[in-house]
Design a protein around this ligand. Structure first.
Ligand code: XIL
Length: 372
């Protein structure tokens, strides 16, 4: 790239960033309307300071997703996203392969749109994600970089992406899924851990903190809702990092559940032990899938069990003081990732493909309204 083109793209990026400027929205200000019991939406039912979020589907392109980008195009979707929720998480739009598709090129447009939409609708944003073993671009995973170069690439990426949204991201999932199910660090399939060693995790948190000192910085994972080998491993790692003064602010559980398996009853107990370390906690990606072989429709019994799982997840979070953020991984089956990734399972969200509210929606709303 010539110096002039570099300068032009830097100026264009600065102008786009300037368009985002404005006072940040914090969780406490994300407006609710009120009074809980007569509330017509989830966000209006929520108690003060508690945010209820959704992932925002789409993000430009993804081979696994057989639908056009719904966020800019679907009016009903946009309307409900603004009306029902007080927190947004980009489902893919801030992941490496989307936001940093080539070594010398970032694509900020889709993420900028979400952050702007959130401002307009008085919503907070959860940034997702900076250090992960999945959805990394080929130029990175197949590139021939030295350890020093890779370290520089991660540092620049974090400074650039976190810096761009400085002051407008409430919580960042800095490290996603760094442990496997037995509680071992993913030193083989995670590029960063494999090439740079586990110390890179602390660096990622330090770099993110430098780029946005007010964002709360999280570890995020699935299969850590209850007390088990994996959540034990997080507790030990985070305790060590805190002792070393690394800026870790939170631990979050994704909450991708299936009615095939029992409900993780010790959710609140588990979250509380992280709260006891002085951490924020959050539930970040809830969906509850069910068996639907051969295109079957959900039965009333399946929908009731699903509603029960959603409700107990929310109750677990509400039971812990530092759990102030509860996010569903999409709110309509129309754009859910579940049928694509889990064959013969589906209907995992709180609204049907036609945006009809399911029992799970009403269970969440009344649970929020009952909370104080
Ligand atoms: C999923 C998205 O929903 C899909 O659209 C994408 O194709 C793959 O990733 N844990 C996470 C999320 O942290 O980023 C994943 O999102 C779901 C599992």
């Amino acid at each position: 790239m010539t110096a002039l083109r570099t300068l032009t793209s830097v100026l264009a990026a600065a102008a786009a960033a300037a368009a985002l400027v404005g006072a940040p929205v914090h969780a406490a200000d994300a407006d609710r309307g009120g009074p809980g019991h007569h509330a017509k939406t989830l966000r209006h039912a929520a108690p003060p300071g508690f945010v209820i979020g959704s992932a925002v589907a789409g993000g430009g392109h993804h081979v696994d997703q057989p639908y056009p980008d719904p966020f800019p195009n679907d009016r009903v979707y946009r309307h409900l996203l603004g009306k029902e929720f007080s927190s947004l998480s980009p489902e893919n739009q801030m992941k490496w392969e989307f936001i940093h598709p080539e070594h010398d090129r970032y694509r900020f447009g889709p993420a900028d749109d979400i952050v702007r939409f959130a401002r307009q609708h008085h919503q907070v944003v959860r940034g997702h994600t900076l250090l992960w073993h999945n959805q990394n671009p080929a130029w990175l995973t197949e590139g021939d970089f030295t350890a020093a170069e890779l370290r520089g690439i991660l540092r620049d990426h974090i400074a650039t992406v976190v810096g761009r949204y400085r002051g407008r991201i409430d919580q960042w999932d800095v490290a996603n899924e760094v442990f496997d199910d037995s509680g071992r660090l993913r030193t083989t399939d995670n590029l960063w851990l494999r090439e740079l060693g586990p110390g890179i995790i602390a660096d990622a948190f330090r770099w993110a903190h430098r780029a946005d000192p007010h964002a709360q910085l999280f570890f995020n994972d699935y299969g850590v809702e209850g007390v088990n080998a994996k959540s034990d491993a997080y507790l030990a790692l985070i305790s060590d990092l805190l002792d070393e003064g690394v800026p870790v602010d939170g631990f979050s559980v994704q909450g991708h559940l299936s009615t095939r398996y029992g409900f993780p009853d010790d959710l609140a107990t588990n979250l509380q032990r992280f709260a006891d370390l002085g951490l924020q906690t959050a539930v970040t990606e809830v969906d509850v899938r069910m068996d639907l072989p051969d295109g079957a429709e959900p039965t009333p019994a399946q929908l009731a069990q699903q509603a029960d799982y959603y409700q107990r997840m929310l109750e677990g979070c509400l039971a812990v003081d530092t759990c102030r953020s509860f996010t569903v991984w999409g709110f309509t089956d129309k754009y859910s990732w579940v049928p694509v990734f889990f064959p013969d399972e589906g209907a995992a969200t709180i609204m049907t493909e036609d945006f009809e509210r399911k029992p799970a929606y009403y269970a969440l709303r009344s649970t929020l309204a009952d909370a104080t």
